[in-house]
Design a protein around this ligand. Structure first.
Ligand code: WQD
Length: 344
């Protein structure tokens, strides 16, 4: 990183789970993360967590990134790039309120990207998801796999955002470079326990729910079906550490700096599939604790298995995961214990 003032990188949704970890990785890589978050799905405590971890103040604007008027002060100083995390992501909620998801996820992205173009920002990293693949026919799934019907309105919004970005990239004629990152299943927490996934509302995902069950804050973990056509009957996913994922955003930004005006898409995963039962076993290996659980019915919308062909991010971005599943679960449990010790 060359010397001189740190380059400002807007991080929308920067008080969220992945956004806050990305803000830390950006600072550690020599950039100045600028948190843009209206706290509709996050808490100010995450910004404090970033500052206590870095021991420096972090620039933060409590605004909706899609509100161009409210965003004007953000652009008063030069903006070098942006990472767009801000979105609604609860799959179940998207089924009940698809219009909210399209307005915020797709409309919000369009309104934010228009601002970037108006202010001559040249680098955009976009938070997409493996959910765009639907029920992938071939595993591991690579970036050139067909985009099949999504399993939820949430998935459709990510597909629509990717189309929006490709069309906008062409219209910008090289003035806006975009890297689209398709996350598999991010889990874990920063090993310092200053950052982690805040359980806002009922935890919709496996690991947050597993942690609540182990902590005794909820009933046993319900395993959503053990009669799938997989070795142990439970669904298979590609779980990666949130810190690995955060570091991939720095690699994607560096790639854009070296390839002005480029557009490309990358899977971010370990390349390995792990079943629900294997996660439960790994948690015991990592912590010595058992996960109270029982088998329940399948969850509508679940795909049987999906995991990444992770070769392209390695070859093009020079990024790969380095932390193990046990590292993820150990760090997640440490964060859960910190949450238990510090009542909100
Ligand atoms: C994982 C596995 C469940 C909870 C979603 C989004 C995806 C991404 C990650 C944003 C599945 C099983 C879960 C539980 C269980 N989000 N499970 N009991 O559905 O793979 O992906 O979150 O980008 O886009 O779609 O993640 O953690 O909900 O489920 O058995 O209480 O755990 O059936 O097999 P999913 P998940």
């Amino acid at each position: 990183m060359e010397k001189g003032p740190r380059k400002r990188i807007l991080v929308t949704g920067g008080a969220g789970f992945i956004g806050s970890h990305a803000a830390v990785a950006l600072h550690e890589a020599g950039y100045a993360p600028v948190i843009i978050d209206d706290l509709r799905n996050s808490r100010k405590s995450a910004v404090k967590g970033i500052e206590s971890l870095l021991s420096v103040p972090v620039e933060w604007h409590r605004v909706d990134c899609g509100d161009a008027e409210a965003m004007k002060p953000v652009f008063k100083q030069p903006v070098h790039g942006a990472i767009h995390f801000a979105a609604d992501k609860a799959v179940g909620e998207s089924v009940a309120h698809p219009e909210k998801y399209f307005d915020n996820n797709v409309g919000g992205t369009a309104r934010f990207v228009a601002q970037l173009r108006n202010h001559g920002v040249q680098h955009l990293v976009f938070s997409s998801s493996c959910t765009v693949y639907g029920e992938a026919e071939e595993l591991p799934v690579s970036e050139d796999a067909p985009i099949l019907p999504a399993a939820s309105p949430y998935g459709y919004t990510k597909q629509a955002c990717e189309d929006l970005l490709r069309i906008t990239h062409a219209a910008a004629e090289g003035q806006l470079g975009i890297s689209i990152l398709r996350y598999f299943n991010p889990i874990g927490a920063h090993p310092s326990a200053h950052l982690g996934e805040l359980p806002l509302g009922p935890p919709p995902n496996l690991v947050p729910y597993l942690l609540q069950a182990v902590a005794g804050n909820s009933g046993p973990l319900i395993v959503f079906g053990d009669n799938y056509p997989t070795p142990d009957g439970t669904c298979i996913r590609d779980y990666l550490h949130v810190c690995d994922l955060a570091e991939a955003h720095v690699a994607a930004l560096r790639w854009l700096e070296q390839h002005q005006g480029a557009l490309d898409v990358f899977n971010l995963g370990t390349g390995r599939g792990t079943s629900v039962k294997e996660v439960i076993t790994a948690f015991h290996l990592a912590t010595g604790l058992d996960v109270p659980h029982k088998i329940g019915d399948r969850r509508p919308g679940d795909v049987t298995a999906i995991y990444a062909d992770a070769a392209k991010a390695d070859e093009v971005l020079g990024w790969r995961t380095t932390r193990s599943l046990e590292d993820c679960l150990r760090d997640a449990w440490r964060w859960q214990q910190r949450l238990q010790d510090t009542p909100s």
